[in-house]
Write a protein of this length. Structure first.
Length: 671
């Protein structure tokens, strides 16, 4: 442990003792990135509510500087989350205005390479350890570096963020503050120069909140642009922010340094009471608790075009009042105010990194203000060369294998996906085997055997489909975060996810089919067994594909209800309840869409087709002694096993492609 001094302040004696950590940690191995300043002007955002349009943001402007920690505040419904989503590029439809990056028109594809968006909920995979999660992030985001370099970066980040002792801890076992830090660590791997946080202190206690904001403050000192929405911070947290951007009813009522908030409000005859939290006071003013001052504040700040900095000249309350009474000449006052700010603070674009910590605060934080000072100085980097970097940190093929290994690890550690499903296949297999014990070669029990074949399809369908419907939507929040932050392409992710469960489903299906096939005394022929197993496997894969489609298109609640309901027509037209000739002509087309029909027909042909010998019969008359008679009753004499297999394969690919398109649509819809 590094030695520490104690920081105390005695009000009566004015004795100050400061605690300073002697251990200085620096992130010196991260990839170099250019610094990014973000500005926007006349930003609007509209959403449709029925036939009407609602304006969320009303021509707001602002500037967010590198090296500063900026808080976006405002009452509920003021538009702060909307503004954050627009600045990140998460929302684009319905937006108007201009967004600039380093005083040039922002290109989203370029911007996304340099930014990271850490959402309010900690979207982490519960079945990974901290070290495994970091390793996956490093491989996907900086895969061009060798193993030693990646390991060095991971260790450095975890050490800086206080997670080094939790490398072997499962993410599900971390506290709320540790999960938040891990979310930051995962994105910090590629060292994005601009980072967005949606309510980073949500759900944290006061101590964890302070640690989280301290971390963001130190990240900003390293030359990064850190922007976060925050609802109503304590006075202690508020003092740690460099810049405040406050919204009220979709308009900017304050933009500037936090130290200038109270003087600015005072100049407008809005005196913040002594010992009152300035953050709480500006929210109260924005909510109208002291009267309707929104218009006055919006004009004073020119809806965000005016930036209040240290040394800024404020308009007096009387000047604004007089201007307001002089037929709209308030705009002239605002323009003079902006000119005054330019004269008073000619270099207000420079990084403001020298603000000291308030005397009353007890701070133990990691000093990373020199984080790649070379990096900030290497703002001398050639931007055009930087834009030519690939969209992702790895090729799509490498992404596929990384995500596939991660998904296989999930499946191995997931009790429901693995052990419970294995237990269900074993239990039901032996139960069905005992119920239909040795009926497969008995001519007097053919109808019961057909019932067994149909139940086979039913069990494989529901076990494959339901588990996917339940598990796939749970991946959606993590997918939204990782895909938006350019971890991987959607194609690589989808291909890995869809293939990852197929080996386990194959093993479970083989175990189940082997048990029931031989316990029920189906034809002891290896070729027939292979045909029977192939049809069952394809049915389970198709059912799994149905689960993917439903899971991609719907949430869990709707999917669990609608998927079984949607499966009813497939079951009715499977050929077990009604033969093909008995189905009305105008409904026969449904049978060609029923994958259960192809599976049932395939297993029936494998069991009774291909010139099977007569069945055993222990009664005087056996109507189904000849296997061909059974096929005649089922209208399957002219059916082809090959056609059934090809149809199942085609349905499989059609559903997999449909699931991908639904997933792509769902991602766009959520954004």
């Amino acid at each position: 442990m590094a030695s520490e001094n104690v920081l105390l302040k005695n009000r009566s004696s004015d004795v100050k003792v400061q605690i300073v950590s002697t251990q200085v940690k620096k992130l010196t191995n991260l990839p170099q990135r250019p610094k990014v300043d973000l500005s926007f002007s006349d930003l609007t955002y509209k959403v449709k509510q029925g036939k009407e349009e609602k304006i969320i943001l009303k021509n707001v402007s602002g500037r967010l500087r590198s090296g500063e920690l900026c808080a976006i505040m405002g009452p509920s419904g003021a538009g702060k989350s909307t503004l954050l989503n627009i600045l990140t590029g998460y929302k684009t439809d319905g937006m108007g205005g201009q967004i600039l990056m380093n005083d040039s028109e922002r290109d989203l594809s370029q911007f996304s390479k340099l930014s990271a968006y850490i959402m309010q909920d900690n979207q982490l995979h519960a079945n990974l350890t901290v070290d495994e999660a970091m390793e996956v992030a490093a491989k996907l985001k900086i895969g061009n570096k060798d193993q030693y370099e990646r390991e060095t970066i991971i260790t450095e980040i975890l050490d800086t963020l206080g997670l080094l002792d939790h490398r072997r801890t499962m993410t599900s076992g971390l506290s709320g503050g540790q999960k938040k830090r891990l979310s930051i660590a995962l994105e910090l791997v590629s060292n994005p120069p601009i980072m967005f946080f949606d309510e980073p202190t949500s759900g944290l206690d006061s101590s964890s909140c302070f640690q989280c904001i301290s971390l963001l403050k130190n990240l900003a000192k390293g030359g990064r642009t850190i922007i976060c929405t925050i609802h109503q911070p304590s006075a202690r947290l508020f003092e740690m922010f460099d810049q405040l951007y406050t919204l009220s009813d979709g308009q900017c009522v304050y933009q500037g340094s936090t130290t200038q908030l109270v003087p600015f409000l005072g100049s407008l005859d809005l005196q913040c009471p002594s010992y009152h939290n300035p953050a709480s006071y500006i929210i109260e003013v924005a909510c109208g608790e002291y009267g309707d001052h929104t218009r006055k504040l919006v004009h004073a700040i020119d809806n965000g075009k005016n930036d209040i900095r240290d040394g800024h000249a404020f308009p007096t309350f009387e000047a604004l009042n007089n201007a307001n009474n002089a037929n709209g000449s308030i705009d002239t006052v605002v323009q003079q105010l902006r000119k005054g700010s330019d004269n008073d603070v000619p270099n207000n674009r420079n990084l403001n990194l020298n603000q000291g910590v308030n005397d009353r605060q007890v701070v133990k934080s990691v000093d990373i203000s020199d984080i790649e000072k070379a990096n900030v100085d290497s703002a001398l980097l050639d931007y055009s060369a930087h834009w030519k970097q690939p969209r992702y940190g790895n090729s799509e093929l490498q992404q596929f294998f990384i995500i596939l290994r991660r998904a296989l690890l999930f499946s191995r550690r997931d009790w429901t996906l693995m052990y419970l499903r294995l237990f269900a296949h074993l239990l039901v297999g032996f139960l069905i085997g005992a119920l239909y014990f040795k009926i497969g070669n008995d001519g007097s029990k053919v109808l019961s055997n057909l019932g067994f074949l149909f139940f086979n399809m039913l069990f494989l369908m529901y076990t494959s489909m339901t588990i996917t419907i339940l598990s796939f939507p749970l991946e959606m929040p993590v997918l939204l975060k990782e895909h938006f932050n350019r971890w991987y392409s959607l194609r690589s992710y989808y291909l890995a996810i869809t293939l990852s469960d197929m080996p386990f489903q194959t093993v479970f299906c083989v175990i189940y089919v082997t048990i029931v096939y031989f316990m029920t005394s189906q034809p002891p022929d290896l070729e027939r067994y292979g045909m029977f197993l192939l049809a069952c496997l394809l049915v389970s894969f198709v059912a799994q594909s149905v689960g993917l489609v439903v899971g991609a298109a719907m949430n869990v609640q709707n999917g669990v209800f609608l998927a079984p309901v949607m499966s009813v027509p497939f079951l009715l037209f499977s050929g077990f309840f009604v033969s093909f000739d008995a189905i009305p002509i105008y409904l026969r087309w449904i049978t060609y869409l029923s994958y259960i029909r192809y599976g049932f027909e395939g297993t029936a042909l494998a069991t009774y087709g291909f010139d099977r010998l007569k069945l055993d019969c222990f009664i005087k008359y056996c109507h189904f002694k000849k296997p061909k008679t059974t096929l005649e009753e089922l209208d399957m004499v002219n059916s082809s096993y090959l056609v059934d297999i090809v149809a199942l394969v085609l349905i499989f690919f059609f559903l997999r492609i449909s699931a991908f398109l639904f997933l792509k649509w769902k991602l766009k819809l959520n954004r």
